[in-house]
Design a protein around this ligand. Structure first.
Ligand SMILES: *[C@@H]1O[C@H](CO)[C@@H](O)[C@H](O)[C@H]1NC(C)=O
Ligand SMILES: *[C@@H]1O[C@H](CO)[C@@H](O)[C@H](O)[C@H]1NC(C)=O
Ligand SMILES: *[C@@H]1O[C@H](CO)[C@@H](O)[C@H](O)[C@H]1NC(C)=O
Ligand SMILES: *[C@@H]1O[C@H](CO)[C@@H](O)[C@H](O)[C@H]1NC(C)=O
Length: 363
């Protein structure tokens, strides 16, 4: 058994080394490796619009009062203010999901239930109709989707929604959609949304775009971004006031020895991390880095003075920058203060292939 484990570790180690070597052939820039999955998409900045006849498919699902839900569309959304689940003296969360996603799928309830327990009003945007087309087109359609969602939020503001109590939470493609929502909201009202939390904002089709065409720290009073697969489905760019690069931001440690956590696994890991951060708001302690490259290489431990921030709802809004966050392999993932100690980093545990008790595989 020990032989078996050690061999697997060796395979993993080799795999990681080879991946690392391939990556290093790319010229480095301060932002990270310039290449990544689907860097450039033809026509990605061309104008896109949604015909009025299609706006009835832009849906808003309100959740509250013991996980009950009611669905509105673009034309009926002004009635959200009168929904018994809504109380605008409380905070409001608007949730935007990813490519192909729907509010009927479990990701939305997983997140919404957490916020409902914290007494937020919850409005989930369901744009599945526009996100279930070719990804190139979906990424373009998020611009008009963002504009129309901002129109709805502007109407709700007239009925008591307070932008300083409004937060947007976006995952994957939704992490870019929230940017379009917030930018249009600024344009319509001259006000900022209080907070954007972007979980793995999409990289494909967005990598080479400037701040006007993707998520940026100028979009809200405070923007928190979490990166878990920067060269795959995510994006190696600083887009917030605070950007957390979890375990370097590219691949996440695997709970299972047999299976490395691939791009898809690493991309979706951010959801479990965020749920854990909501439940354990002081435990995901991250170290400040000078660049994304430093974070990617886990070379921030020796930076002096040590500056930290905590990923999640207790994030320090005045401590800005790029942060390296080390986690464990399994839920609840956090390491607390041990996260500041290099010896607890997951990549080290994987790369200890010559520990004394494993030596027999080489003999
Ligand atoms: C709205 O929420 C506030 C703050 O939690 C509470 O004091 C108030 O009673 C609520 N209003 C209604 C109508 O439930
Ligand atoms: C909106 O937020 C941005 C970025 O945080 C900030 O620079 C800008 O001053 C804010 N605008 C308003 C009107 O508060
Ligand atoms: C937040 O960060 C600022 C700037 O780094 C720091 O001065 C302040 O002490 C921090 N606040 C907390 C509660 O850690
Ligand atoms: C291998 O073992 C030696 C001696 O224990 C140690 O100094 C070295 O750092 C180890 N190498 C790795 C890659 O763990």
């Amino acid at each position: 058994m020990r032989f078996y484990n050690s061999s697997l570790r060796l395979i993993l180690y080799t795999f990681i080394t080879i991946t690392g070597l391939c990556d290093k052939s790319d010229p480095r820039s301060d932002q990270g490796y310039p290449s990544g999955l689907m860097s450039v998409c033809p026509g990605s900045t061309k104008p896109a619009s949604i015909p009025r006849s299609q706006l009835k498919y832009l849906l808003f699902v309100v959740q509250g009062r013991g996980h009950t839900r009611k669905k509105y569309n673009y034309w009926t959304a002004r009635n959200i203010a009168k929904d018994p689940r809504i109380n605008f003296t409380r905070k409001t969360l608007l949730l935007a999901l990813g490519y192909l996603d729907s509010t009927n799928f479990p990701i939305s309830s997983m997140l919404a239930n957490e916020y409902e327990a914290r007494e937020y009003n919850i409005i989930m945007v369901d744009y599945q109709r526009f996100a279930t087309v070719h990804y190139y087109l979906a990424s373009r359609l998020m611009r008009p989707v963002g504009k129309h969602v901002a129109e709805v939020l502007t109407q709700l503001m007239e009925s008591g929604l307070n932008p300083s109590k409004l937060e947007l939470l976006g995952f994957s493609l939704g992490g870019q959609t929230v940017s379009y929502i917030a930018k249009n909201f600024q344009r319509f009202t001259g006000r900022n949304i209080s907070k954007i939390t972007a979980l793995e904002p999409s990289g494909p089709c967005f990598r080479t775009l400037g701040p006007g065409d993707r998520l940026d720290s100028s979009n809200a009073d405070f923007v928190e971004v979490i990166h878990t697969n920067i060269d795959g489905y995510g994006m190696a760019t600083k887009m917030g006031h605070v950007d957390f690069f979890v375990n370097g931001g590219e691949y996440q440690p695997s709970e299972l020895l047999l299976y490395p956590c691939t791009s898809t696994c690493s991309h979706f890991r951010v959801l479990a991390l965020w749920v854990s951060a909501l439940k354990n708001p002081k435990e995901f302690i991250a170290i400040k880095c000078d660049s994304i490259q430093q974070a990617r290489d886990a070379k921030c431990y020796d930076r002096r003075p040590v500056e930290t921030n905590v990923m999640g709802p207790k994030v320090n809004r005045s401590s800005h920058g790029i942060f390296y966050l080390s986690t464990g392999k399994g839920y609840p993932y956090y390491l607390g203060a041990n996260g500041l100690n290099a010896n607890y980093a997951s990549w080290r545990q994987i790369s200890y292939v010559n520990e004394s008790d494993d030596v027999e595989i080489y003999t």
